[in-house]
Design a protein around this ligand. Structure first.
Ligand SMILES: [Zn+2]
Length: 412
């Protein structure tokens, strides 16, 4: 499903993919040469705007100027726009935000952000610990700085990150909170937090100490920690109790040992307490981390996820996960509304980390990051990590992604 060719076409300013600033500069000078203050670079006209950050769901126009949102309103005069993009019968949202992916393309499990993220309407992606402090400068220079999709990184508390997948915390000598915190503080906002990977197979009995070191780095740098907890060695309450307000429990709806449900299918009280304390619950599917049965039991107990993310890797782009719009369709298939699901991939993850820019919203002055979708009706089969299926009735198909005012046309 959804095998889409991604064709990049910079229509505003005709710039090359790798030179977005030049494109903006040329659009700016064109606007200035007309010297009409009421001019704007791009008008997205007549779409259904869904922006949960402002409780918007209405037929509205979106104006972008100099790479930022200028205005969202009814009937903005098309004569003001250097370019008009018709969006009638389409959904217009803030550019989507995938809070858990691995985009160190060409290295280990990494995949390509511009193809699988921007190419599907995802304008910002959080790389969840592909590198620790050893390789981060390389990742920044050769991936983050050369990718159109905005990439914000979580630094793996293990120096080697996922470069060797089971490097993790098998050896605690790799986890040095002071060095990791220093790397993070020297690289804001490219680094927005830390990642720690707690599963029995990788950490053995080191999980509590590994988490303690990640949180220590978080405290030194003043940043949140995303905690991978799927089948940890220690019982979940022993780990949850260490997590602070703003830290993220990723893979929260897995069905393995020491999960969120007790033997009777009830959410453990420590998980509810963690949510009340401000811990974020993120269900990133990955290869093995999402169970529809657990999702549905949690929804029945009024415990929806805070965010929706993919755990995108070179493997999951090909199987069961595919991309973030597919994950949105998957959560709609188990009963989450379109507006709530869009909030879980825009406004909600935008609040979790400091991205160094205002994103996940179409408020005036925020980044000119927008996604345009067809909301397709039909019967769509979605799979959890065990291959269990649920059938959805609607699916978002991305048509256009706009990153800082630049248009990328994505074709099905
Ligand atoms: Zn991951």
């Amino acid at each position: 499903m959804n095998r889409r060719e991604f064709s990049k076409m910079a229509m505003a300013g005709g710039a090359a993919l790798l030179a977005p600033r030049l494109a903006l500069a040329s659009a700016e000078s064109a606007a200035q040469s007309r010297s009409t203050p009421s001019k704007l670079d791009l008008l997205i006209q007549g779409g259904t705007v869904i922006d949960p950050s402002q409780n918007l769901h209405d037929a509205l126009d979106v104006a972008i100027h100099r790479g930022k949102i200028l205005e969202v309103a009814r009937n903005i005069a098309p004569e003001r726009a250097l370019k008009v993009l018709p969006a009638k019968d389409h959904i217009v949202t803030p550019g989507l935000l995938d809070m858990h992916a691995h985009v160190y393309d060409g290295m280990s499990i990494g995949t390509n952000a511009d193809h699988y993220c921007l190419g599907r309407g995802v304008t910002t992606v959080v790389d969840a610990g592909s590198t620790g402090y050893l390789a981060f400068p390389n990742f920044r220079n050769y991936i983050i700085n050369r990718t159109v999709t905005r990439i914000t990184a979580l630094l793996h508390i293990s120096a080697i990150g996922y470069l060797i997948f089971d490097g993790g915390l098998a050896n605690l000598n790799w986890a040095n909170p002071e060095v990791a915190a220093k790397m993070a503080m020297e690289n804001r906002p490219a680094i927005a937090g830390f990642k720690v990977h707690l599963s029995r197979a990788i950490t053995g009995a080191n999980d509590v100490e590994g988490l303690r070191r990640a949180i220590e780095a978080g405290k030194i740098a003043g940043l949140p920690v995303m905690v991978h907890m799927d089948g940890p060695y220690s019982p979940l309450p022993d780990l949850l109790k260490l997590m602070r307000k703003g830290d993220v429990f990723t893979h929260c709806f897995n069905n393995h040992e020491h999960g969120i449900l007790d033997a009777n299918g009830k959410i453990i009280p420590e998980a509810k307490e963690a949510r009340e304390r401000g811990v974020i619950f993120d269900p990133a599917q990955g290869q093995t981390h999402l169970s529809f049965d657990v999702v549905e039991k949690c929804l029945q107990q009024d415990f929806p996820p805070d965010t929706i993310s993919t755990d995108l890797t070179a493997m999951t782009v090909e199987k069961r996960v595919f991309d973030l719009p597919s994950m949105v369709g998957k959560f709609m298939a188990v009963g989450i509304s379109l507006d709530k699901a869009i909030g879980m991939v825009t406004a909600n993850p935008a609040r979790v980390f400091d991205y160094g820019a205002e994103i996940g919203t179409l408020k005036p002055g925020s980044e000119g990051d927008v996604a345009i979708f067809e909301l397709r009706d039909g019967k769509f089969d979605f799979e959890d990590s065990d291959g269990v299926k649920r059938t959805g009735r609607q699916m978002l198909v991305n048509k256009v992604a706009i990153r800082a005012g630049q248009i990328f046309v994505n074709e099905v």
